[in-house]
Design a protein around this ligand. Sequence first.
Ligand SMILES: *[C@@H]1O[C@H](CO)[C@@H](O)[C@H](O)[C@H]1NC(C)=O
Ligand SMILES: *[C@@H]1O[C@H](CO)[C@@H](O)[C@H](O)[C@H]1NC(C)=O
Ligand SMILES: *[C@@H]1O[C@H](CO)[C@@H](O)[C@H](O)[C@H]1NC(C)=O
Ligand SMILES: *[C@@H]1O[C@H](CO)[C@@H](O)[C@H](O)[C@H]1NC(C)=O
Ligand SMILES: *[C@@H]1O[C@H](CO)[C@@H](O)[C@H](O)[C@H]1NC(C)=O
Ligand SMILES: *[C@@H]1O[C@H](CO)[C@@H](O)[C@H](O)[C@H]1NC(C)=O
Length: 552
Amino acid sequence: MAPHFRPVAIFNVLVLITLSLASVSLAATAEQWKSRSIYQVMVDRFARTDLSTTAACTLWEFCNGTWKGLINKLDYIQDMGFTAIQISPVVENMEADTSVGTAYHGYWSVNDYAVNPHFGTEDDLKRLSDELHKRGMYLMVDVVVNNMAAAFNNTSPPPVDYTKFYPFNDAKYFHKYCNVTEWENPVNYQDCWLYPYGVALADLATEKPVVQQMMNTWIKELVSNYSIDGIRIDAAKHVNDEFLPSFVGASGVFAFGEVVTGITNDQCRYQNLGLLPGMPNYLEWFSLTAAFNGNGMDTLETARVNSNTGCNDSLALGTFLENHDTERFAAAVPDMTLAKNGMTYVILNDGIPTVYQGQEQHLNGNSTPFNREPIWKTGYDTTAPLYKLTATLNKLRNTAIAMSSEYATTISDTLFVDVNHLCLRKGPQGSQIVFCINNRSSKGPTYELNIGGGFAPGDSVVEVLSCTTVTASDQGDIAIFMDKGEPKVFFLAEALKSTGLCQTTAPEPVAPGGDSGGGGGGAAAARCLLGFCWPGSRGLRALPEHQEHMKQ
Ligand SMILES: *[C@@H]1O[C@H](CO)[C@@H](O)[C@H](O)[C@H]1NC(C)=O
Ligand SMILES: *[C@@H]1O[C@H](CO)[C@@H](O)[C@H](O)[C@H]1NC(C)=O
Ligand SMILES: *[C@@H]1O[C@H](CO)[C@@H](O)[C@H](O)[C@H]1NC(C)=O
Ligand SMILES: *[C@@H]1O[C@H](CO)[C@@H](O)[C@H](O)[C@H]1NC(C)=O
Ligand SMILES: *[C@@H]1O[C@H](CO)[C@@H](O)[C@H](O)[C@H]1NC(C)=O
Ligand SMILES: *[C@@H]1O[C@H](CO)[C@@H](O)[C@H](O)[C@H]1NC(C)=O
């Protein structure tokens, strides 16, 4: 179904954007994060101290990755153009081996005031932070606030020895046991205990002033002790609303809070009510993965518009295709070309690109713990297609940001959308990145797609993934050679010079005419704003179905 857009809605959208730009300018740290690009590291699975690339392990036990190993492999991350990393929780976890494995992931805290000895020492963590800062990179640390953890054998209620926890060493800091069963009822999913098998996640009573105060003291010290630049709050949806802004305020840094939902207001309320500055963008994630798996690009555009109009500051949301909790993209969609289109969207979309380790190696685990395979088994291959693509796109994005601070603070324009394509233009004229992703796959046909991209007539424009040059028409439009489902990314030739990308280029091939692409081919160049499209030569007109409109 094509989305419907009415002029009155567009007016509201513009008002919202203006307001959000006005309000976010106060939050300096969120502003700094918007121009970053994050690589998510699962510490136990990224690099070992011995830098072995052959060490085998059982996926629900420790594989023995460490902070030292990570420090030694930062080049692999930085050479892909990332300017920040997000790491697993850093505090001491329970040691027990349970029916659901050990705490290799770091989410089963027992002592918030000790670092996890499996990952290294306090000095190792400080050195990681220093090494990142020397490289001009940021450190985001995952933190667990909803619960502490204890092994149990599925007896109810779980027999928890609270004296084993620190600093929450008494039952008075916790909710009485009940099992989360009502996923639509906040009282139930916030006050009851998550995950009641093998490991009891003793649910902290974060609404109690004493717990809030202890948590605030802890996060303030943690951020200061390790010079942390941002935090990810695990299971943010499972603590009471009021806890969040106080905790984020005490941290003094930017935060992503985990809120898993496909419903616009369920996600956006966290930003709009001032509870969290940012979230991983699950709202878009559902549509992004679906767009390459039987659904169209129009569905993705709808989610994009919903998050841009529903959330006060969608630029502070994290765009992602995979994380340690999701199925890997390649598990459901093995086609490499579709993965390239997905990665292109993640890096060039509005918001903060967030890539989970192994995505660049096209790993294909389908569920926990198979989506957490040690990345060293790939040999850290820097010639892998998605590694190279990510490096190129991050470099381009970093260049556009260096040329204009507006890049990261302006929502992109939709140039063209139909069931198979989404073309966006991001950034101000002169340093704009224009790109088209599609869901045709490596079996896609050859055709031409015409779009406007805010170029001047006669501008020389480079498609940076194939290093071919195209000249903008008298209307400033570009004719895109679409072939085998490849994504297409354009930048002004003049602006590209400083980057070292595409030092030699060939002319863009000319495709046979017609609309074999299933939309847009051969037609007058399309222009769209926030999902509302009209042909370039005809000005703004309200039409309910852009799909029909594009085909005329
Ligand atoms: C990880 O280290 C522990 C010792 O701390 C050792 O017992 C275990 O065999 C190691 N696992 C692997 C996969 O190397
Ligand atoms: C669970 O049962 C196993 C096997 O009897 C035992 O080794 C383990 O200590 C028990 N764990 C707890 C937390 O009671
Ligand atoms: C928690 O609830 C689930 C059903 O939702 C049930 O299967 C499980 O046994 C319960 N666990 C405990 C420890 O009460
Ligand atoms: C931070 O460092 C101080 C000084 O070493 C220490 O007393 C405190 O416990 C540390 N806090 C945390 C949360 O690591
Ligand atoms: C979000 O925008 C709405 C509507 O303009 C406004 O009422 C609200 O205060 C904003 N929230 C924040 C946290 O800025
Ligand atoms: C692309 O979108 C179309 C239209 O919704 C859909 O029929 C097709 O299955 C999608 N392609 C893939 C690879 O998912």
